[in-house]
Design a protein around this ligand. Sequence first.
Ligand code: LR7
Ligand code: MN
Length: 574
Amino acid sequence: ADVSSLELGGVALDNNFLSDDVPAAQPFVASRTHRRESPAAPPRGAPDGPENGGGVLAPPKGPEELDASKKEELYGEMGKPVVLGNLTADVKKLVDEGWAKNAFNQYVSDLISVHRKLPDPRDHWCKEPGRYRENLPQTAVIICFHNEAWSVLLRTVHSVLDRSPPSLIKEIILVDDFSDMPHLKLQLEEYFANYPKVRIIRAAKREGLIRARLMGARYATAPVLTYLDSHCECAEGWLEPLLDRIARNKTTVVCPVIDVIDDTTLEFHWRDSDGVSVGGFDWNLQFNWHAVPERERKRHQNSAEPVWSPTMAGGLFSIDKSFFELLGTYDSGFDIWGGENLELSFKTWMCGGTLEIVPCSHVGHIFRKRSPYKWRSGVNVLKRNSIRLAEVWMDDYAKYYYQRIGKDLGDYGDVTMRRDLRNRLGCKSFKWYLDNIYPELFVPGEAVASGEVRNGDSGMCLDSEASEEEYHKPLGVWQCHMEGGNQYWMLSKTGEVRRDEACLDYSGQDVILYPCHGSKGNQYWQYHPDTMLLQHGSSKKCLAITESKQRLVMEECNSSSLHQRWKFENYDSS
Ligand code: LR7
Ligand code: MN
């Protein structure tokens, strides 16, 4: 059915966002001779039932290609890693192709049963009698995909069917976001023909993840929506603790603990309740994980109890359908991927709901290092989505994001209807959200100085990605570009020069980036706006650029040296 012309979330879809690089629709034929064979069809007469065994893919080459010790077992059972031994050139080619298409090891996934068993990652607390309500609401499980690998998609669906009480699954809605991989065409309908709960919906053009999710919601008849990415594995007992929270309060939005499925070996790594993280974000509007803060730990007796989380990762969550609708679902002006997780997080909290991570619920997800599919050319989709988010939900705090992206907002479309929605719902302010829900976040407004940090007359600026990979490495310099990003720094009231969680740190060698610790010491800097010296607290030395202007050094302070002069883009002298 062509549902792409529907109005979603009250906002008509525009058709002009498609650009030429989006793959053209393939003729509707399933290629039977395609090398990646599909797993055996499920035994007839066992619809939706957890069948035993079966479903192991015939590997493209015999298992003699693999590590001999693996021959006897079923690959990857109980979440164990599959390690490929020495490969022939032919198999290596297949492995490489799998990586190229999916950005994970598809070859290894194809060796593993689509019904593989996983270890039970739950805390005892989760299994105590009477822990969950008797009458839990049913859910629709919505799985959107764009060109997902066959075995991975099937394993996602089977993990839902095999490890959820059948009475709680009303339907599983697979939303194909205009894939062109042949196995995702006819074969998918055929495969699920005997699974009455599984419905397949196809977008008539590439909608992107966010509008695909909205399509799925349109078709759902259950009172609760549960979203999963298309490369997940639900662990034993994952669903009941999620639905229980919603049964108790419809405005609670819940996320499972997201366990890591290794992209190379497909090993399932689960973390116990003590290792649970909550979601946050930084002023690039990027999602990040944090340890459960002290104030939140104190609210609980047991680490398996649901914890409040400022944000969600985005892909895996359950929400009451009517609450989702009340919140205006997603901004359907969001394209492809990104930003929607923060949108839903902010408005859940700001408009009267609660966002939780539920440690009793575990779902594995294959984390990838790159995105294997095509994005729109010529538009920075993520930036555009984030600007829409900031414009509607972040009030005056939007400016801190804009400082990061160089202040050029470009065309982000019309957000009037989203603002109307917020007003209609009478949601709280972003300041309220920061003060009450995410007090750990460093707010740039509390900074004494911010922006680029420009050296004397060299045209060079302090520059680093400031990601975790950059920690412990010397801080770099680069030509000033006035676009924020890697050149955006803040000087905090307590004397840190920082970006998000990374602080300039000097312990006698190089000036490096190090996680901010808040106890001054090697991270304490004094800026003298009159002389423009940036002086290190404990060593009393000053930051300087080398003669060659390629590196930073610490020198005895000398206010007449241009090499030691640093100008913060914005300095608040008050
Ligand atoms: O155009 C697209 N259409 C789609 O249907 C692009 C993607 N998709 C599908 C895709 O097949 C996949 O199932 O959307 C899903 C998410 O895309 P991924 O898996 O390529 O990205 P990701 O795992 O990095 O996505 C995380 O961030 C996204 C931001 O928009 C979404 O919120 C994802 O759901 C989210 N995934 C998770 O939260 C799982 C944990 C990752 C973390 C942290
Ligand atoms: Mn994903």
